[in-house]
Design a protein around this ligand. Structure first.
Ligand SMILES: [Fe+2]
Length: 145
């Protein structure tokens, strides 16, 4: 399979997993900072979720079908699944590491898209990288430890 298509599917599955983890934390966070963290995780999952449809359609434009099941996502994602309910500090730390990881994954696909002259796709990926850098900034600024 085309290297760019494969990398796009990995980035998409990772982005969907990141979205789900942020939504998980929005629902399950507890502690004295509940309100602020519920809102912060809420802002993050909403921003990421809004990118999902376009991301999928970029994969179709690149000539591939979209992975869209939990089985396929678990085969492709580079973001570790969250099954436990962590404490609030661990949630911030974990989502921060995942957001930084997303920047790296997206940069890898951005470089491939640029090399192949796919400027529109590269532009979309650059915007996703910027969005994740912003999420990382807000999460890093929230760490209290
Ligand atoms: Fe909500």
């Amino acid at each position: 399979m085309d290297e760019l298509q494969k990398a796009l599917k990995i980035a998409f599955a990772s982005e969907f997993s990141f979205y789900l983890k942020a939504h998980n934390y929005h629902w399950n966070v507890t502690g004295p900072f509940f309100s602020q963290l519920h809102d912060l995780f809420g802002k993050i999952y909403e921003e990421v979720y809004q990118s999902i449809d376009q991301f999928a359609e970029e994969i179709r434009s690149a000539g591939a079908f979209v992975p869209a099941s939990y089985t396929r996502f678990s085969m492709l994602t580079r973001i570790e699944d969250e099954t436990a309910v962590s404490d609030d500090g661990d949630m911030i730390q974990e989502l921060l590491e995942d957001s930084d990881r997303m920047v790296k994954i997206l940069k890898m696909v951005f470089d491939l898209a640029t090399r192949e002259g796919e400027e529109g796709l590269a532009d979309f990926l650059a915007n996703r990288m910027d969005a994740h850098r912003k999420h990382s900034w807000m999460l890093r600024a929230t760490i209290t430890k």
